[in-house]
Write a protein that binds this ligand. Structure first.
Ligand SMILES: [Zn+2]
Length: 158
């Protein structure tokens, strides 16, 4: 299968690939994920939005899906390596730019505008904030970012 160019690829992750979906969002990839995404549900969603399906379902290919990647491993770290390799993604290019819960692209927020939305300690110690206009979650670079960076380095993709 030809590797799609990373500047257009969007993913639809099979419902059994939740951790992979989350980690792809961590590195800024556009990936839909949810309970409805398996079998024909996955195929319909992938077709409707021109997405590359990611699946561990061996039966999917019998259902005439559009282009997909069969994920070999049960381990999300190996899964992430496989997708990054197959699609020639650069994991460091768009880190932390997407909401991990709903896949929307995060927008910068001024410090003043989040005062009532974040804990006082966070407000007094952080300068940069981003938010998701869909779920209204506020993000800021902090220790969980560092943990994720460490994890990505351990996985070997950064
Ligand atoms: Zn969100």
């Amino acid at each position: 299968m030809a590797a799609p160019a990373s500047d257009w690829v969007k993913f639809a992750a099979d419902r059994m690939l939740g951790r992979l979906a989350k980690w792809l969002r961590v590195i800024g990839q556009d990936v839909i994920y949810g309970r409805h995404l398996s079998g024909y549900g996955l195929i319909h969603a992938a077709r409707a939005e021109n997405r590359l399906s990611l699946t561990r379902d061996r039966g999917l290919k019998e259902k005439q899906p559009p282009e997909f990647i069969f994920i070999d491993s049960d381990d999300y770290r190996e899964q992430l390596r496989q997708v990054i390799r197959a699609c020639d993604l650069r994991a460091g290019d768009a880190l932390f730019t997407r909401c991990l819960e709903c896949n929307a692209v995060l927008e910068p927020k001024t410090k003043e505008s989040v005062e009532s939305l974040v804990p006082p300690y966070v407000f007094s110690t952080q300068e940069m904030f981003f938010w998701c206009s869909q779920c209204r979650r506020v993000y800021w670079p902090a220790t969980h970012h560092q943990k994720m960076l460490d994890e990505l380095k351990t996985i070997g993709v950064l």
